[in-house]
Each structure stands twice: as C-alpha cells, then as structure tokens.
Design a protein around this ligand. Structure first.
Ligand SMILES: [Zn+2]
Length: 107
C-alpha cells in the first residue's frame, strides 16, 4: 500500500456498504457475475468459488455496494488493489513501470 494515499474513511458509510455487500453476495445477480469463474482484472479462470466481491471504487474511499461498482476479482488482484481508486491504481502502475532500469529519471 502506498503511504501517500490519504484515506479518510467514514465509519458509518463503511459499515453500511459492507453490510450491503454481504447481502449482495447472496443475490442471484452476484451468482451470475461469478458463474463464469473469470477475474475482472487479470482475466484468469479461477472458478466461481475463488472469486471475491471487489469494489471498483473502494468502500473506504466512498464507493457504494451497487451493481455499477462491484466486480468479481481473484484473491491476488483483490489484495494487490487494496484501497486505491481506479485512477490511483493506474498511477501506481505507471510509477512502478518508471522504476524499471531502462527508464531515464524524470528531471
Ligand atoms: Zn485476478
């Protein structure tokens, strides 16, 4: 996790959305989402039982538990994503690539 990301979470929002996510996991809609067994991020076929419910915009960052903000993710992708928003995730990946030995440092 990147220390520079300032996470100010609203505990009431987090409790409400986590409860909503628990209900969502039991829904027929969610069962259809995981039926293919494919991770939304890496596209690997891991099987429905191994998929977790991932919030695209994390709950801790104000994301909601609704159909537009949850995707099936494998354990590895869910863990590596953490509490980053989609934009921060892209920035973190770019930063990681820039750390490679072939890239000149930006002055
Ligand atoms: Zn994955």
């Amino acid at each position: 996790m990147k220390e520079w990301v300032d996470i100010r979470k609203d505990d009431k929002h987090v409790a409400r959305e986590r409860a909503a996510a628990r209900e969502m996991r039991k829904s027929a809609w969610w069962q259809r989402q995981i039926a293919s067994g494919v991770c939304h991020y890496c596209g690997r076929q891991v099987g429905a039982a191994a998929l977790t419910l991932d919030h695209v915009v994390p709950v801790a960052r104000g994301g909601r538990s609704n159909k537009g903000n949850v995707v099936p993710a494998c354990d590895a992708c869910n863990k590596s994503k953490g509490a980053l928003t989609p934009a921060e995730r892209i920035l973190a990946e770019l930063e990681h690539q820039a750390d490679g030995p072939d890239v000149e440092p930006v002055s």
